[in-house]
Design a protein around this ligand. Structure first.
Ligand code: UD1
Ligand code: MG
Length: 435
């Protein structure tokens, strides 16, 4: 945390290049809205984080309040003052040093913010040199001085050829903003008030503007769905790297999809093609190839290959094998090796779930619970028509439909249509047509 620093995050824009009904800053990277990441980085550096909102502001505010408390939200008057300069006009920073970040830069880190705070210049602005500068504002530097920023839509061909671009982070002295924001005009291709025009105004008055050369990998702006996917790849690589450093084994890590909310404990092995989502916690477990885990807790267990744990599943000392789907169920010391659906169920220690077992948890209107005790042997192809409660030490014969109700300890449950044998049927049936 740096003392006396205000950080303003601009998140009021529509993001029309995303071609989406959803506000740009709400598009997700590794399972969380991209704005979450810039606020997280800002929060590590400042106790005065101001987020400027307008487009879909209620959704943006409620999404961020799920993760953070104590943020200040300021609503931009986008009708009268559109643009990044307009966004700054209602902001009241607590401190003299004001760092401004675009809300579409999810890859920014506290370390990269820190670099802006070591200068006495009136303005420190981020610049990147790119082979392909398209989409960014070009920075006109003459004789070592930053003269102005020209937005792509206002640039002539000569300016478009400039490869030094504005990365979208600036450290201002509050006085500089107070002086120059009121002087901004919207006489440009987009009829917007550009924050970037502060640079030319300040330069005209001989203020000191220091360019800070930064790496694209932390300052990448997300303007399209392609950019979103690129940034997600970078973010996910960071997440995987962090967890591998913490002791998680990942096989072919680039094929593993991992979200920000997922946590690991102890020694975990994650095989290729696994998808780990939401607020899942994996402890001392082995997740085999191509399994999907959403908002679930897995402890001392092995899952997959090709298993699906849907939200609110809790597995402990359990084996879940291929083509098993578990939803909102707690399995403790259970073996469910193959081809099952276990939904709204609680299953106790030592129980074995045969292949093809289905909890029929839904009657078309309501969902019902299946409770299975300890040491219950559920034969293959069993249907449990919930609500069902089975006590400890019960055997269910293969192919049984267990109808709703309570079943006491020690019994065999069996429902089977008796076999009929029809002598000579085969040859009669298959010779009939040939006569
Ligand atoms: C901006 C810069 C450009 C820079 C680029 C870096 C301006 C005028 N241009 O362009 O020089 O190279 O970032 O990524 O600043 N926003 C508001 N209110 C608005 C408009 C935008 O809060 O009225 C917010 C958006 O939500 C977004 C951020 O400001 O988070 C940047 O807006 P965007 O439209 O992406 O600007 P760029 O065209 O990328
Ligand atoms: Mg942008």
């Amino acid at each position: 945390m740096v003392n006396s620093l205000t950080i303003v995050i601009l998140a009021a824009g529509k993001g029309s290049r995303m071609k989406s009904p959803k506000a740009k800053v709400l598009h997700e990277i590794c399972g969380r809205e991209m704005l979450y990441y810039s606020i997280k980085a800002a929060r590590a550096m400042s106790d005065d984080v101001i987020v400027v909102v307008a487009h879909q502001k209620d959704s943006v505010i409620s999404a961020m309040e799920r993760y953070f408390t104590g943020l200040t939200f300021v609503t931009q008057d986008t009708d009268n003052f559109p643009g990044t300069g307009g966004a700054m006009m209602g902001v009241q920073p607590k401190y003299q040093n004001v760092l401004v970040l675009n809300g579409d830069m999810p890859l920014i880190t506290p370390k990269s913010i820190e670099q802006f705070l070591h200068s006495d210049a009136d303005i420190v602005m981020s610049v990147i040199t790119l082979d392909n500068p398209s989409g960014y504002g070009r920075v006109v530097i003459e004789k070592g001085h930053v003269e102005r920023i020209v937005e792509e839509k206002d640039a002539d061909n000569g300016e478009k050829a400039i490869q030094t671009v504005n990365a979208g982070v600036y450290a201002f002295k509050h006085n500089v903003l107070k002086t120059y924001l009121p002087l901004l005009r919207n006489t440009n291709a987009q009829a917007e008030y550009y924050l970037t025009d502060v640079i030319a105004l300040a330069r005209r008055d001989q203020l000191l503007i220091a360019p800070l050369y930064v790496e694209e990998v932390e300052f990448k702006g997300v303007n399209s769905k392609y950019d979103l996917a690129q940034s997600e790849m970078i973010m996910m690589d960071r997440l995987r790297h962090t967890w591998m450093d913490a002791g998680v084994i990942m096989q072919l890590p680039e094929t593993i999809y991992l979200e920000e909310g997922v946590k690991f404990e102890g020694e975990c092995v994650i095989e290729n093609g696994v998808r780990l989502c939401g607020e899942s916690l994996i402890s001392n477990s082995h997740i085999k190839a191509h399994s999907v885990i959403e908002d679930s807790t897995v402890t001392n267990s092995d899952v997959g290959p090709l298993a699906h744990l849907r939200p609110l599943s809790v597995l402990e000392d359990t084996h879940v094998g291929n083509f098993v789907e578990v939803k909102k169920s707690t399995l403790t010391g259970v073996k469910a090796g193959h081809l099952s659906y276990l939904g709204d169920a609680t299953i106790g220690e030592g129980s074995n779930i045969g292949a093809g077992t289905i909890t029929c948890n839904y009657d078309g209107v309501k969902k019902y619970q299946t409770l299975i005790g300890k040491n219950v042997f559920v034969g293959s192809d069993t249907q449990l028509v919930a609500p069902v409660e089975i006590a400890d030490n019960v055997m269910i014969a293969a192919g049984t439909t267990v109808t709703a109700g309570k079943y006491e300890s020690g019994i065999l449950i069996l429902s089977r249509t008796p076999i009929r044998k029809v002598e000579g049927f085969f040859s009669k049936f298959f010779t009939k047509g040939k006569e």
